[in-house]
Write a protein that binds this ligand. Structure first.
Ligand code: NAD
Length: 381
């Protein structure tokens, strides 16, 4: 590899084009090949080999690694093909549409453990989420009692859903807001607070848009230690909210509007509750504004980290194996909504795959032909 990674990008749509444009900023990495099923998508790219089939790019001998930015179902098939042909893999989120596919992809990496396998969870580079994770995982907040994430600032228009035939269909995308926008939040949620043991959810399908998949979700979560949580999301409301609130035995941490406020109790709340002689006490609390500036390196930082992992063995910011957790949480919310019952985790991946297949086979939804939409990628992350 001689001090440089030769990268191929597969899927030159909104996200893939953004990755191609940012490649000159990635150190020790050279874009040598691109691939899209639609050749005209690659017309504007110069100086690299172009392929209309990922199999040919993967076997071309021109690349050491690939970044897969196709619609989600193909992350699994193309990812497995890349790993089994000796290429390092950076896959867009979600790593797969459902848990069984995640397991197939992860199994391919287990067969090829020397290859780097990373996921584009770019929001893990955001200093706010990094700081919150350190506080929670470092024990500063004490044992978690309650979590709540209202993440409804993923507003999307009809034009967005009409812009790709695959979008917002069971067959093409395998879900809606949970599979497209929320993989970021579900990944961060589990990265910070852990994976719940039970998920009970109500999803609304096509409530705000002419789509067959979910565009609004309210979920109730339970964790192994008895903590409870809620997760609320929507692509249909504006102005949206992004409010993450985590309550622990040492206080309350709230992230909203780019600020982290930690109201830290002087003592353990449990101990205080059990020992104070007062009937209506106030727990003494300090208000701490936690500084965290900027936006983080986002996609570019994830690609650079992938290259550094290949060349120098740097620790991955987002190992793709961890991507199974956000998929499993999304699947559990959908399954719970379909069955009207809480879903115990770990989810039965085969059962979920069968239920999803039923929706694909019985769908009578007819999507209008794809229409070009005005795209501003920066505002879509
Ligand atoms: N990390 C992020 O912030 C972020 C943001 C947007 C999208 N994404 C992810 O990127 C992926 C693509 O989303 P998008 O919005 O760019 O979609 P898009 O429809 O704009 O682009 C997908 C492209 O892939 C091509 N394609 C489809 N199947 C292919 C195949 N088998 N081989 C080669 N090319 C193929 C299509 O022709 C199209 O050009 C999705 O998985 C999405 O979740 C991630």
């Amino acid at each position: 590899m001689a001090g440089e990674v030769r990268l191929g990008i597969i899927g030159i749509g909104n996200m893939g084009s953004h990755h191609v444009r940012s490649m000159p900023q990635v150190r020790r990495c050279r874009l040598t090949a691109v691939c899209d099923l639609v050749p005209s998508k690659m017309d504007w790219i110069d100086g690299v080999e172009k392929f209309e089939n990922s199999r040919d790019l993967i076997r071309s001998g021109l690349v050491d690694a690939v970044l897969v930015a196709t619609p989600h179902y193909d992350h699994t098939t193309i990812g497995i093909d890349a790993l089994d042909n000796g290429l390092h893999l950076l896959t867009e989120k979600p790593i797969s549409v459902h848990k069984a596919d995640c397991e197939r992809l992860i199994a391919a990496h287990r067969r090829n453990p020397n290859l780097k396998f990373a996921a584009m969870f770019n929001q893990r580079t955001d200093p706010h989420y990094q700081r919150i994770r350190r506080i929670v995982r470092g024990g500063e907040l004490g044992e978690i009692q309650r979590t709540s994430w209202i993440i409804t600032d993923w507003f999307r228009s009809e034009a967005y859903y009409a812009s790709g035939g695959w979008r917002a269909t069971w067959a093409g995308e395998g879900g809606g807001v949970l599979l497209n926008q929320c993989p970021h939040n579900l990944d961060l949620f589990q990265w910070i607070c852990g994976v719940p043991t039970s998920v009970d959810a109500k999803c609304a399908f096509g409530k705000y848009h002419r789509i067959e998949v979910e565009d609004e979700v309210t979920a109730y979560l339970e964790y192994a230690n008895g903590a409870t949580g809620v997760f609320v999301t929507s692509t249909g409301e504006a102005p949206g909210t992004n409010r993450l609130e985590i309550v622990g035995d040492r206080g309350k941490l709230v992230y909203e509007s780019g600020r982290i406020l930690f109201e830290r109790t002087e003592v353990s709340v449990k101990e205080f509750r059990e020992t104070t002689p007062h009937a209506f006490p106030t727990v003494p609390t300090w208000r701490c504004e936690i500084p965290a500036n900027g936006y983080g390196g986002q996609h570019l930082e994830i690609v650079q980290n992938f290259v550094d992992a290949i060349l120098d063995g740097a620790e991955l910011i987002a190992p793709a194996e961890e991507g199974i957790h956000s998929v499993e949480m999304a699947n559990a919310m959908l399954l719970s909504s379909w069955t009207g019952r809480p879903v115990e985790m770990p989810l039965d991946g085969a059962l979920y795959e069968a239920e999803l297949k039923k929706r694909i086979e019985t769908s009578s939804f007819v999507k209008a032909p794809a229409k070009e939409a005005v795209v501003d990628m920066q505002s879509s992350f």
